[in-house]
Design a protein around this ligand. Structure first.
Ligand code: GLC
Length: 793
């Protein structure tokens, strides 16, 4: 037994129990409530010093199901329609079985609950779990079995493979097994740790430095079912505006109005589609949040209006740090109204971010969030289309670090921060935090200052982004925004897209985005992407091409790069590169109806667009190994090139027929194939039986009425649910959308394509379907007539 456990207390013998809203077990040392949320979702909530005080930041009040029974035999047994839970009366050991009587999860010895000082632990036996996935934003491999992970939002601009904490914390994982996957969400915002069999092959465990042991168990048995249940609990993303799925251009910084106008003009002149331009910190006056630098942007509002006529949306960056400056209204007002975080001695906490010395809004307080919402309103009035929330871990430097950063980037023109080696994790020491610190631990939050920073730290970003989203809805009640964030916690998907922070223009980082985005998606976040082309360092032509090819298939497709690095616009690497890259951006615009339909599935069921192979092929263990490929939706398998000079690669194709997206060549899985990948080709395969809806080309979403919907059909049997609405308003919530089922079935020598309306609530501009078969045959059918179409061989 681990040494620390010898000193800890367990639940102890179960002395009695009662069935109320939950099953309450009274132990010798502590008590436990087991709630049945739904038939396959259980909540285990342990008392601490016999008290239950936990108020969740993520899970809203849910009235639990009363549909369960309890009986006492040698063990105490709780039964739902789908699960049986046994509790050993002597040790308190809990085991969970499915309907067939298979053991899914059980505590390790009597260590299902341990408490030592303030820390709470739970140990579980490792049984047939082949992989542990999820855990939010992680570097390293897809499978976290044998790894130890910390949840502590950390601005680590120098992350690389095998770094521990990053910007987001998601104490959720999916335990994958071909037949019976399950998930666990530890609802605790303090610093938490997950040791997934690193210490011992016999058990895994998770613990929190403080707070209660309050966790949820989700039984699949498939990964998709686990995700569906997890997101039912923690929330799902709304439908992004359609233009937010288009191509987006960013840089630190397009720093003057002229530069932004030229950028936009160049996109249109070169007919390279683009929908969004980002404004990084230099649009502000002295980096003061909610200000505009009038020298650099003399006609800010006018610029936005003009660009909007050309189909561009503008998204500015917002940081939480408010500059300490007596001539700055936001600061003065916040001080007068007492809205900033304070230390335990009652003094306002200050730290350093881009503007210099800063104070930080205490977002846990409602009035602070409402104040922030009001401030946003002024910016929204200028015509922007969303917000880019950054530095919200929250990141806060010491004075020296700040001076150094300013000097390096703004005067010495560094291309990346200096390297500071990390101290590897060691049992007793905490991982060394990067040189950028966060708010000190003696900061207190809340009206009555009842929360330590330790408890709030991981949800600071979540609360800021909640304010951002709620504020937007108040200001523009019928226009969907694009909100992105760097920091977050479980549940962030309700409000925002997530980009993975400061990566580098290196092959290692391109690769890293593959398992990282898969795990983020497996944590319930559908709208994810990495800075395409890489943020720090200079990109080069080959890397740029390969990354743009890959980015075409990220759910969130934004190119962003740091100051002083080589420019990364699609035309920055010469004409040949521009040509290839334009083709990929074009492809992205064609694929928009397919991708948008995937977002509908994410909204409805929490299934993310970017999928690990095990999502679609849950019984195939190869899916875990081949983390260097992924699926975009159920139909497209993407196998990017991630090494310099490589012109071919091995691709694993799971069971079934697959068609090369480019040549139509048929390959049958399960098998590994060596496929060629000249510089202008990213290997992509389409599952047999797919019906891929494609749009006609346009320079931005909404430029053209899409009168023709191409349906590219691939031999085999299958179906696809196609979703459409106006793409920008919330009217879909009132039923103004269409849902069509396309299905393909074998008929004599050929196939029948059926088109069926499942919901008809939106007047689509579509006039006809243009069906394109594998052999290149084109059949046009008028919208009204399209029901069953015979596709002869
Ligand atoms: C942070 C962000 C990066 C941004 C920079 C300047 O490093 O992660 O995307 O460009 O700050 O605002």
């Amino acid at each position: 037994m681990p040494e620390i456990l010898l000193k800890s207390k367990s639940l102890g013998k179960i002395l009695s129990w009662e069935k109320k809203e939950s099953l309450i077990l009274y132990g010798e040392n502590e008590n436990l409530r087991i709630y049945v949320l739904w038939d396959k979702v259980l909540r285990f909530y342990f008392s601490k010093n016999r008290e239950w005080k936990h108020a969740s930041f993520v899970v809203k009040e849910i009235s639990p199901s009363k549909d369960f029974s309890v009986e006492e035999k040698e063990e105490i047994i709780l039964r739902t329609k789908m699960l049986r839970v046994t509790i050993d009366k002597n040790s308190g050991k809990i085991s969970i079985y499915n309907k067939d009587g298979d053991l899914i999860l059980s505590d390790y010895q009597d260590c299902g609950y341990r408490i030592f000082k303030n820390r709470v632990y739970s140990y579980k036996e490792i049984k047939e779990e082949k992989a542990f996935l999820g855990f939010g934003e992680r570097t390293g491999n897809l499978n976290k079995k044998g790894k130890r992970l910390t949840n502590w939002n950390t601005d680590n601009p120098h992350h690389y493979t095998n770094i521990d904490s990053l910007y987001q914390s998601h104490p959720f994982f999916l335990a994958w097994n071909p037949k019976k996957s399950y998930g666990i969400f530890l609802d605790n915002t303090f610093r938490t740790y997950f040791d997934m069999g690193r210490e011992s092959e016999k058990y895994y465990y998770f613990y929190a430095e403080d707070g209660e042991l309050d966790y949820y168990f989700f039984y699949g048995p498939s990964p998709k079912e686990v995700l569906e249940l997890y997101t039912e609990l923690t929330g799902r993303y709304y439908l992004p505006p359609l233009w937010a799925l288009g191509y987006q251009q960013s840089r630190w910084s397009y720093a003057t109005e002229e530069e932004v106008r030229i950028l936009a003009k160049t996109f249109r002149e070169k007919t390279i589609p683009c929908d969004v331009i980002y404004l990084d910190i230099d649009y502000m006056e002295d980096f003061k949040v909610f200000t505009i630098n009038n020298k650099r942007f003399p006609n800010f509002q006018r610029m936005i209006e003009d660009l909007s006529l050309k189909g561009f949306k503008i998204i500015p960056i917002i940081d939480p740090g408010v500059k300490v400056d007596l001539n700055y209204d936001l600061y003065k007002e916040g001080i007068e109204k007492d809205l900033f975080c304070k230390k335990s001695n009652g003094k306002i906490y200050t730290g350093y971010v881009w503007p210099g010395k800063c104070v930080f809004p205490d977002f846990i307080r409602k009035e602070v969030r409402e104040w922030w919402e009001e401030k946003q309103k002024e910016m929204i009035k200028l015509g922007i289309s969303g917000f880019w929330n950054d530095m919200n871990e929250p990141s806060s430097m010491s004075h020296i670090e700040y001076l150094l950063m300013r000097l390096l980037f703004y005067h010495l023109h560094f291309k990346e921060p200096p390297f500071i080696p990390q101290v590897p994790w060691n049992k007793e020491k905490k991982p060394k935090e990067f040189y950028k610190k966060t708010l000190s631990s003696d900061v207190l939050h809340g009206d009555k200052r009842e929360f330590t920073h330790h408890e709030i730290h991981n949800v600071y970003g979540l609360l800021m982004v909640e304010a951002c989203f709620e504020g937007w809805k108040k200001a523009k009640p019928n226009l969907r925004p694009l909100i992105i964030t760097r920091a977050g916690f479980s549940g962030i998907q309700k409000f925002s897209a997530v980009w993975t922070g400061d990566n580098k223009s290196t092959w290692e980082h391109l690769y890293m985005s593959l398992p990282m985005l898969q795990n983020l998606s497996l944590s319930g976040i559908p709208f994810v992407g990495a800075d395409v082309g890489g943020f720090w360092k200079d990109c080069n032509s080959e890397l740029f091409i390969r990354w743009m090819e890959l980015g075409t298939f990220y759910p969130y497709f934004r190119n962003h790069s740091a100051m002083n690095t080589k420019n990364q616009e699609p035309w920055s690497f010469g004409e040949n590169v521009e040509k290839i890259v334009r083709n990929y951006i074009n492809l992205r615009y064609k694929l928009l109806p397919y991708i948008y339909s995937l977002f509908w599935e994410a909204k409805e069921k929490g299934i993310p667009p970017l999928r690990s192979l095990i999502m679609e092929f849950p019984e195939d263990p190869e899916g875990i190994i081949h983390e260097d490929e992924f699926l975009l939706g159920p139909n497209l398998l993407v196998a990017p090139i991630y090494r310099e000079g490589e012109r071919k690669r091995r691709v694993y194709l799971p069971k079934g027929d697959w068609y090369d997206f480019w040549t139509g060549e048929k390959l049958t899985g399960p098998n590994i194939f060596e496929v060629s990948a000249p510089l202008e080709i990213i290997p992509v395969f389409v599952k047999g039986g797919s019906i891929i809806p494609l749009w006609e080309l346009q320079n931005y979403v909404g430029e053209k009425e899409q009168e023709n919907l191409e349906l590219r059909v691939y031999d085999g049997e299958g179906e696809f649910i196609f979703y459409e609405d106006d793409g920008f308003s919330w009217n879909y919530e009132r039923g103004e959308y269409n849902l069509l089922k396309f299905s393909l079935s074998k008929e004599r020598e050929g196939y029948i394509l059926s088109i069926e309306y499942l919901h008809n609530g939106y007047k689509s501009p579509r006039k006809r379907f243009r069906i394109v078969t594998l052999k290149g045959k084109i059949i046009e059918v008028e919208e009204q007539k399209a029901e069953k179409i015979y596709l002869s061989p």
